[in-house]
Design a protein around this ligand. Structure first.
Ligand SMILES: [Zn+2]
Length: 126
C-alpha cells in the first residue's frame, strides 16, 4: 500500500468538455426505448402512473379542455388515461382545472368525445 499519485496531473480536455448528456444522447433515438429512462406521468383521474405513451396529454384552450395527442401544445398539460372512466374521476374531483391552473368551469365535452374515440380505437384494435 503505497499512496501518492505523484504530482503531475495532466488535464486532457482543454477545449472539448465531455458532458453526461452527450453520452446519454448516444443511446437514444435508435427506436428502442429505454425503460429506465422513460418519464413517468400520473393520471389526474385514477392517479395511476404510466409512460407518456400510455397516457394522453390534455391542455386547456380558452376554457375548453382538449386532447393534445402530439404533446406539443404550449402551456401546462395534464395527463390522463385514454379512458372515459378516468375523465369521470378527474371531473368529480375537479382535478383538471387544478392541474391546468385554469378557472374552474372547464368545458370537458370535446375532451370526453376525444377520449371515447381513443378508447374505442384502442379497445377495438386489440
Ligand atoms: Zn387513469
Amino acid at each position: 500500500m503505497t499512496g501518492g499519485a505523484g504530482g503531475g496531473v495532466d488535464w486532457p480536455t482543454a477545449g472539448s468538455p465531455v458532458t453526461p448528456d452527450a453520452a446519454a444522447g448516444a443511446a437514444r433515438g435508435d427506436g428502442t426505448p429505454s425503460v429506465a429512462r422513460t418519464p413517468v406521468r400520473t393520471c389526474v383521474g385514477c392517479r395511476g402512473k404510466g409512460s407518456r405513451t400510455d397516457l394522453v396529454r390534455v391542455v386547456a384552450i380558452e376554457g375548453v379542455a382538449v386532447l393534445d395527442l402530439r404533446a406539443r401544445a404550449a402551456g401546462r398539460g395534464a395527463w390522463l388515461h385514454p379512458d372515459p372512466a378516468c375523465l369521470a374521476l378527474a371531473e368529480r374531483r375537479r382535478a383538471l382545472p387544478r392541474a391546468l391552473r385554469v378557472p374552474a368551469p372547464l368545458d370537458l365535452a370535446e375532451l370526453r368525445t376525444g377520449l371515447e374515440r381513443l378508447a374505442a380505437e384502442r379497445g377495438g384494435a386489440g
